[in-house]
Design a protein around this ligand. Structure first.
Ligand code: GLY
Length: 611
C-alpha cells in the first residue's frame, strides 16, 4: 500500500466517523512561542484543547483529523539508523471534548485491523501504569484504558509503563498533555533473551511503535504544575512512514517510496562517492536523504538559512546532508527535484517553490564549501588562548584539538562552521556548552526583535531606499487588504499575523474556508479601487481605550504603547499601528494577490505584492 493510498484511507475512515478533515499546518507554528517547529498534529489545535476557542464555530466539528507535516530535532543524532527521521508525516485524529478513551481505542483498532487488515496477532498495546511513588505530580494508573483494550487483546499483550513511555507532552515547556496508550507492531514475533519480559519498548528491535493515543486531560504550566483542562480530549499520532514500512513489509522506512527515489538520485551522483563499505554507505545515504527532504520542506515553509532558531536547524541539517558527500561540487538539483517529484501532489507548494528553494540551497552550498575548505590551523588562529583547552600532536602535526563550547560557537557564528564540520576538522568540545552559548545568543536576538515596535524591520541597515519605500507601500496595502477581506468575507475576519519584506506582504487571518477565485478577485478589486481613489493616509494619537471605542481595528497579540497611533485611510480603514505609511494611497501602485492557503486550523494566509 502506497503512501498516497494510506493517507486517503485514513482521512476517509475518520470522515466516515464524522471528523472534519483539516489540512496540515505549516512547519513553523503560528503564534506559539513554546516551540520552534511543528512536532505533532495536535499543535495547530492547541487553542481548542485549551478551551480558548470553539471548534464548532471555527471548524464546524469537535472531531478533527489531519495528515500533518512534522519535524523533530530530538532524534537528529539517531538519523542514519533504520527508523529515525527528522521530517515525517503524522496521521492524527482528535476529539475536542467529544469522544474519549472507549471510542478512541475502538476507532484505532477498527482502522488498523479492518480497513488496513493488519493481522491482529501482530498488535500489542501499552497503557499508563501510573507515576512512581514519591513523584511530585502523582498520577494513578489508567485502569480504564487497560479494560478497554481487553476487548481486543489478551491481557499478556497489554503492557503497563510509567510516565517516561506513557505520559505524553506537552511539546515545549508548557501546554496540554496526558497519559497515553500506544499500539506497537511485532516485527519478528520472536522474543529476545528476555523471554516474557520482551515487551513493547524492548530495545532488541522486535517491536515498532506505530500509533500513540493521548488522553489529553491536563495542562502543564511553565512552573511544572498540572491542572485539569476544561474538557477531556483525544490526540493521536501515527507515523505515516512507519506504517508504510509495515504494510509494505520492508525492513526500514528508507525502503519505502518515502525515500527510495531520493536515495537513488543521491547515490548515483558521482560526487557522493561510495566507500565500498555498504553499512557505512547506507548510513550516509539515509542521513543525506532524510536531511535533504527535511531541508526542502522547511525552506518551502519559509524557513531561511541563519544562525538562529528555525534557520539554524535548517542550516544544520542541510550542511550535515552535504557532509555525507565525499567530493565537492555535488549536484543539488538531484535530491531537491526527487523530493519535489515524490511529494508535489500532496504539497503543491513544493513545485511552485522548487526554483527558489534550489537557488537558496546553491547559495548555502557555496558558503558551506568555503568552510569545508578552511583548514584547521587557520581556524585555530582565530581563537583566543583561553578557548583552547588542549592539543594532541601526531607525527603530521596537530590532530585533535580540545576547545571550549564557547570557542566552538565563535567559529560557528563567524564562519557558519557546523558542529559536524568542526568535529570533522578535528575539534573536540562539549556540545552542551555550545548549545548553551546558542541559547544565550537566541535570547539576546529575541529580545532585540521584540523591542522593535511595528516589527517591519525598516530600521535594518541592510535595506536600500527602494526597499524601504516598497515596504512602506506594502504596509499601507496591508491595511486596505484587511478591510477589503472584512467587506467580502464578513466582520469575523481578524488578523492573526503579518509580515512584510521587500518582495511581498503576508497577512494571516481567521477564516474557516478556502477563498474562491471570485472572492480573491473581489478583494483585489476593492484594494485597487481604494488605491485609484488616491485616499489620504492620516494618523491621530489617542489613549488605547478611546481608539478601541472608535472602532479602530487592533491586533490583539501586539503590545501597543499607550497612547496609540490610529491610522486612517480615507474613511475606509482605521487601525492601530506604529506606521510608517504612504501619504496617499495612489503611491501604493497596483496591488496583486499572489497566493492564498491554509497555514493552521481555521487560519488562512494571503501573500500579495504591489508593483
Ligand atoms: N500527539 C501525539 C504524538 O505526537 O504522538
Amino acid at each position: 500500500m502506497k503512501l498516497a493510498e494510506i493517507r486517503k484511507k485514513f482521512l476517509k475512515f475518520f470522515a466516515s466517523k464524522k471528523h472534519a478533515l483539516i489540512a496540515s499546518s505549516t512547519l513553523v507554528p503560528l503564534n506559539d512561542p513554546t516551540v520552534l517547529l511543528t512536532t505533532a498534529g495536535m499543535q495547530q489545535f492547541k487553542p481548542y484543547f485549551l478551551g480558548e476557542r470553539d471548534p464548532i464555530k471555527d471548524l464546524r466539528s469537535r472531531r478533527l483529523a489531519s495528515v500533518q507535516k512534522c519535524f523533530r530535532t530530538s532524534d537528529i543524532n539517531e538519523v542514519g539508523d533504520l527508523t529515525h527521521l527528522t521530517f515525517f508525516e503524522m496521521l492524527g485524529n482528535f476529539s475536542v471534548g467529544d469522544y474519549f478513551k472507549k471510542e478512541g481505542i475502538a476507532y484505532a483498532w477498527e482502522f488498523l485491523t479492518k480497513t488496513l487488515k493488519v493481522p491482529t496477532q501482530r498488535l500489542w498495546a501499552t497503557f499508563f501504569k501510573g507515576s512512581p511513588a514519591g513523584k511530585k505530580n502523582k498520577f494513578s494508573a489508567d485502569q480504564e484504558a487497560f479494560e478497554h483494550w481487553q476487548k481486543y487483546l489478551p491481557k499478556n499483550k497489554i503492557a503497563g509503563f510509567g510516565p517516561e513511555e506513557n505520559f505524553w507532552g506537552p511539546p515545549g515547556k508548557t501546554g496540554p498533555c496526558g497519559p497515553c496508550t500506544e499500539i506497537h507492531y511485532d516485527l519478528t514475533q520472536t522474543p529476545c533473551e528476555k523471554a516474557d519480559a520482551c515487551l513493547p519498548n524492548c530495545e532488541c528491535g522486535r517491536f515498532v511503535e506505530i500509533w500513540n493515543l493521548v488522553f489529553m486531560e491536563y495542562f502543564k504550566s511553565t512552573s511544572g504544575e498540572y491542572s485539569e483542562l476544561p474538557h477531556k480530549n483525544i490526540d493521536t499520532g501515527m507515523g505515516l512512514e512507519r506504517l508504510a514500512m509495515i504494510l509494505q513489509a520492508k525492513a526500514s522506512v528508507f525502503q519505502t517510496e518515502a525515500f527510495t527515489k531520493i536515495i537513488q538520485k543521491i547515490e548515483t551522483d558521482p560526487r557522493f562517492g561510495l566507500t565500498g563499505n555498504s553499512l557505512e554507505d547506507s548510513r550516509r545515504l539515509r542521513i543525506a536523504s532524510d536531511h535533504f527532504k527535511g531541508a526542502v520542506f522547511l525552506r518551502a515553509d519559509e524557513v531561511r538559512f541563519s544562525n538562529k532558531e528555525q534557520g539554524y536547524i535548517l542550516r544544520r541539517i542541510f550542511r550535515r546532508a552535504c557532509d555525507q558527500y565525499l567530493h565537492p561540487g555535488m549536484d543539488l538539483s538531484r535530491p531537491v527535484r526527487a523530493v519535489v517529484r515524490e511529494y508535489q501532489e500532496v504539497y503543491p507548494d513544493l513545485a511552485n517553490k522548487q526554483a527558489e528553494i534550489l537557488a537558496d540551497f546553491q547559495k548555502e552550498y557555496l558558503a558551506y564549501e568555503k568552510v569545508r575548505n578552511l583548514n584547521l590551523q587557520v581556524l585555530l588562529k582565530q581563537l583566543p588562548p583561553e578557548g583552547i583547552l588542549s592539543q594532541i600532536a601526531s607525527p603530521e602535526g596537530v590532530s585533535k584539538i580540545h576547545i571550549t563550547g564557547k570557542a566552538a560557537f565563535q567559529l560557528f557564528s563567524t564562519y557558519g562552521a557546523s558542529i559536524d564540520q568542526l568535529k570533522q576538522k578535528g575539534f573536540e568540545f562539549a556540545e552542551a556548552e555550545f548549545e548553551l552559548e546558542m541559547e544565550k545568543h537566541r535570547t539576546v536576538s529575541r529580545a532585540g526583535a521584540e523591542s522593535k515596535f511595528g516589527g517591519h524591520g525598516l530600521n535594518s541597515a541592510a535595506l536600500s531606499d527602494v526597499e524601504r519605500e516598497k515596504i512602506t507601500r506594502l504596509h499601507t496595502a496591508t491595511h486596505l487588504l484587511q478591510q477589503a477581506l472584512r467587506d467580502v468575507l464578513g466582520e469575523t475576519v481578524k488578523q492573526e499575523g503579518s509580515d512584510i519584506n521587500p518582495e511581498r506582504l503576508r497577512f494571516d487571518f481567521r477564516f474557516a474556508e478556502k477563498l474562491t477565485p471570485e472572492q480573491i478577485a473581489e478583494v483585489e478589486e476593492i484594494v485597487n479601487e481604494k488605491i485609484d481613489g488616491d485616499l489620504p493616509v492620516t494618523f491621530q494619537e489617542m489613549p488605547y481605550a478611546d481608539a478601541i471605542k472608535s472602532g479602530a481595528l487592533a491586533f490583539f497579540k501586539e503590545k501597543y504603547p499607550d497612547p496609540v497611533k490610529v491610522y486612517s485611510v480615507g474613511d475606509y480603514s482605521k487601525e492601530l499601528c506604529g506606521g510608517p505609511h504612504v501619504e496617499r494611497t495612489g503611491q501604493i501602485g497596483e496591488f496583486k494577490i499572489l497566493s492564498e492557503k491554509s497555514v493552521s486550523a481555521g487560519i488562512r494566509r494571503i501573500k500579495a505584492t504591489v508593483a
